[in-house]
Design a protein around this ligand. Structure first.
Ligand SMILES: O=C1CCCN[C@@H]1CCCn1cnc2ccccc2c1=O
Length: 485
């Protein structure tokens, strides 16, 4: 029947699996770890891609498309880039009945696909900066529990790959892209994120440093990497001999970045805003922002009500909104209210006989269920205000909830207690890789060990003499730790 059979705060995993299917975002597929993205989800991906793609073009990044397949000698070119990831690489070994001479990998990411050609194309400083992006799918044959949007064996993403003459240009682009990722989360998805730098243990091993935007799921008390922007340094330039003749006529290696966000962002949105009635969609990404529902009455003029609904939809769509009317004659208004609440439509407009008589409509907000009767003559502006208020209120609510899950700790005991209490913990840390491994080991619980999420760029100075929470050595930086996806 309609409605969810699991409650978000009682059984989060079941609630999530049910809501993504019943809202018609996801259909499970017969290859484990793979999911069908239905229009209700794909439309959100499209909206975010439109924003990000326009920003990339404005910034001078060019889109391209490299092959899905990677030859094994190229993929394994760099041991420490690939080490640890190797088990996730999917291979094509046959065509029809016959075995391939050499197995061919399916891209899990495209560094090794692209960079031999970067070497070929980049001769002098005039070809720099080279800034390419591709929108594509990647395959990683993961074994930990698959979760729609969050962890799947195939997912959609964009991957940016750029090359510069100087480190300064690369460093600045890393942060330029990271800001775009923050905007995707905070301005479109109404999800608060923290920008920071990954630890040596958590960074992309093939790179120089990794920055990320970190989200948090209060229900599970787990952090989740929202998107990532790496400075690769000259590591791949050395490996693939990507050199150029600089302005002084010397041979120099390029400085590179790579950066990505994926369909994971949709899962974070569902987890952050959803409730026991279903999805709650931020207006800026909602496939349908306003659903208009006729409330016919036995002897009232049904045609007049239907006309009012379609006129309302036309007015709203002409003003640039995404509105629809639900005129299905085989469902009651009440059934329709529940169905569109399940799908998370931000605003409902009900139009019945008395609304016609009074030249008003009833609007109902999905985020807080507040109902209001408003005059139908100034409807477009009223709807604009309400949708903006919903967007802001959803972000504010999510931010307050997330902030309540961050605690500071100075001792290991307080740190461990907070981790077990489903919090993110901000601690003064000596920033030693071995220590991170020890803390992981010491916090191995039934729900996974604590790891560093990032060292926030926005942090207070560490007071003189502050000691590391885990080692008692002089602390170097505040670092956010937590259990994570
Ligand atoms: O994050 C990004 C941003 C986009 C481009 N790639 C980088 C780094 C990807 C790291 N990674 C992640 N999973 C993998 C899985 C199999 C083989 C290789 C890899 C691998 O290199």
């Amino acid at each position: 029947g309609l409605g969810l059979s699991h409650k978000k705060d009682e059984n989060f995993g079941e609630w999530y699996a049910e809501v993504v299917v019943k809202s018609e975002m996801i259909e499970y597929y017969d290859v484990s770890g793979c999911y069908i993205l239905r229009p209700w989800a794909y439309s959100i991906w499209d909206t975010l891609r439109e924003f990000f793609d326009a920003e990339l073009k404005q910034s001078g990044v060019k889109n391209c498309y490299f092959p899905l397949f990677v030859s094994s000698n190229v993929l394994e070119k760099e041991k420490n880039h690939i080490e640890g990831f190797a088990p996730e690489v999917a291979w094509v070994t046959k065509s029809g009945q016959s075995d391939l001479e050499m197995p061919i990998a399916i891209r899990p990411t495209s560094e090794t696909v692209m960079y031999p050609y970067f070497a070929k194309w980049i001769r002098g400083h005039r070809e720099l900066p080279l800034r390419l992006n591709q929108w594509c799918n990647v395959v990683r044959w993961e074994f930990s529990n698959p979760t729609p949007f969050i962890r799947s064996r195939e997912f959609l993403w964009q991957e940016g790959h750029t090359a510069f003459a100087t480190k300064e240009e690369a460093d600045s682009e890393v942060l330029e892209i990271l800001e775009l990722y923050r905007r995707i989360y905070e301005e479109y998805l109404a999800i608060p994120v923290i920008k920071g730098k990954k630890s040596e243990l958590e960074k992309f091993a093939g790179g120089l440093y990794t920055t990320s935007v970190e989200a948090f799921i209060p229900n599970t008390g787990r952090g989740i990497q929202g998107a990532t922007s790496h400075c690769l340094g000259q590591n791949f330039a050395k490996m693939f001999e990507i050199n150029f003749e600089n302005e002084k006529g010397e041979r120099a290696m390029v400085w590179q970045n790579s950066w990505a966000y994926s369909t994971r962002v949709i899962g974070v949105m569902v987890m952050t805003h959803g409730d026991d009635k279903g999805l709650v969609l931020p207006p800026r990404v909602a496939p349908v922002q306003i659903i208009v529902i006729p409330v016919p009455y036995k002897d009232a003029d049904t045609q007049a009500i239907m006309d009012a609904c379609s006129e309302t939809v036309n007015n709203l769509n002409s003003a640039g909104f995404r509105a629809e009317a639900d005129t299905r004659d085989n469902y009651s208004p009440g059934w329709k209210y529940s169905d569109w609440e399940l799908k998370g439509v931000p605003l409902r407009i009900e139009i019945g006989p008395k609304d016609i008589a009074k030249k008003q409509v009833r609007i109902v907000r999905r985020d807080n269920s507040v109902k209001k009767d408003i005059p139908s003559d100034n409807l477009v502006e009223s709807v604009r205000e309400v949708l903006e208020s919903i967007q802001e209120s959803m972000f504010k609510t999510a931010k307050e909830k997330r902030d309540a899950c961050i605690v500071k700790a100075k001792t290991f005991e307080d740190f461990a207690a907070a981790i077990n209490n489903k919090k993110m913990v901000l601690v003064p840390w000596c920033d030693e890789e071995e220590v991170e491994k020890e803390v992981k080991a010491r916090t191995k619980g039934e729900t996974g060990a604590a790891k560093t999420l990032c060292s926030p760029f926005d942090q207070e100075p560490v007071p003189e003499g502050t000691l590391c929470f885990a080692t008692g050595k002089p602390a170097k930086k505040w670092t956010l730790w937590g259990r994570s996806y």
